[in-house]
Design a protein around this ligand. Sequence first.
Ligand code: WT7
Length: 678
Amino acid sequence: MWRVRPLASLRPLLAGRPGWPPARAASSTNISAFMPEAAAFAGVRDYPALKQLSLRQAERFWEALARARLSWISPFHTVSDCDLARGSIRWFEGGRLNVSVNCIDRHVHTSPDKVALIWERDEPGAEVKITYRHLLEVTCRVANTLKRQGVRKGDRVTIYMPASPIAVASMLACARIGAVHTVVFAGFSAEALADRIQDAQSETVITTNQAVRGGRIIELKKTVDQAVKMCPSVKRVLVAKRTENEVPMSNIDIPLEEEMMREEAVCDPVAMESEDLLFLLYTSGSTGKPKGMVHTQAGYLLYTSLTHRYVFDYRDGDVFGCVADIGWITGHSYVVYGPLCNGGTTVLFESTPVYPNPGRYWEMVERLKINQFYGAPTAIRLLLKYGDEWVKSHDRSSLKILGSVGEPINSEAWDWYYRVVGDGRCPVVDTWWQTETGGICIAPCPAERDAEIIPAMVMRPFFGIDPVLMDDQGRRLMGNNTAGSLCIAQPWPGMARTIYNDHDRFITTYFKPYPNHFFTGDGAYRSEKGYYRITGRLDDVINVSGHRLGTAEIEGAVNQHRVVAESAAIGCAHEIKGEASYVFIVLKDGVDMTEHVIREELKGIVSQKIAKYAVPDYIQIVKRLPKTRSGKIMRRVLRKIVERKLDELGDLTTLDDHTAIQEIVAGHKEMLKKEAKE
Ligand code: WT7
């Protein structure tokens, strides 16, 4: 199967398509009904004025919101102190607070029996509801266990667990005692886990005996055992029980539930400075080494709660269903911190979109009466193929808003989501953001009355976000109907503060390319009306099923195979995954293995070094790679070959050997032919 994702071709489709809502005359909004905090801004009467204020008087805007929305132990004295050139970003200094108190205790105070978490377990119909009171108890018990084990403020704790109440309680327990959590997606391999544990220098790992997904058991603890062998820093592994099965326990392993039950259900929260670390989350960049993005306390929490409230128009009593895993930033911001800070009810989804059948999401929406559903385009594209019946056989009348995140959503998927899933009555919010941005930056805001939404566009920036497009020369593109590198011109509270242990890389990656701007790594198009559409990554990062992967990471893995002399990985369009990885390999001399065996072994090595989702879909063995005379691989040329745009190979004057290209083109065709037969 080979189809090109219609990214570039989206533009003409956009004109005149049904959007949300149908055009209406603009009406004046009662701004304090929309945002009560706005009452403090004299003279601001409508939404556009509030938007303006959030940009032109950003400090005034964020000060009022931070005071109103967060519970402080002591108030801040400085709203913001940022110097983008030095990558120095500080918000709400002088203030002290505790994130777990903001996410739990204050809601226990007002509504202890309100449901905080709905754990949608793998087995449909077996959901577990956890109230705020209960969540506080569990969090305190985990916090006390961590303390008894010697975990102190500032220590890093690696969490390698699937979505579950105990995982959320572990994150919040860290926040309660001032430890820094670093959640590693439970799909990463032992080696990838070990790299992240070592980079963070974690002494503590929290995991489960096993995981359950799509009806299958996954030996999570075994993976942790392998990883820990490579990590001398690890002193203890806390093991929660997801299943009744026994797993081997060593002398550093501690059964979490048993220990917890011995602890008290109260634990004094530590007063944290606004800029103390809250968590690290690893994400891929252009090099082989993932970056530990650092988020801090107050700014992150404020930004996630505000975006959760307004982008999803989340109202008290709503059930919020974000199906992302807690191992990604989406899970941090919109399964855990945003919804809980707002006192909401949030779903923890443990299963897959097709288990036990492709109706799973919508059966869940019906059973849990989900009001906002937030998912990924890759899942929508997959479900669309199974037809409408799986959707229509379930009652989705509870749905109010549909969200999309992680990668560009093509217009076919957008349309199906809007028409079939949402019955044409729920706004679809395509939300653009990144691990680095902490929360949603560009998205429609349906809470705003009369807000226009055009299919497959991320539309408008959120409050306080000032997106700009730059050309190749680093000049700001002023007009509309233009495309360029997407940057953000002004700091906002949710942005990452540094890369753990590598502030230079932080500056080089995000602030050097366009001085005084945050560079996102994405390209974007701005329409006639000033609306945004994301066109994709500009760097060597690819996006497989909404998960970021560095092509250098893939190359690093395959290069470790003894037959590989060199390799080049690129992303290519994939019908379901959005992008798949395509790897070109040059073999060492005298290799006597069949191509089939080589391919299988290379797939194995990527799965072992990184994760299953990173396994390349295509591996093409070539005699040589197209290189410049100075020896740089010309990935651009490889991409054009795979996109079959041979007339767009561009400037080849620096190419050292033109026959390389002919060979690769022929080999590529051959491979596709073979595949079509299989
Ligand atoms: C990259 C960030 C944001 C949470 C999940 C991914 C791509 C994200 C969109 C969107 C087009 C998108 C970008 C971005 N991306 N959302 N709505 N439309 N592209 O977080 O792993 O940090 O990846 O995902 O390329 O840079 P992440």
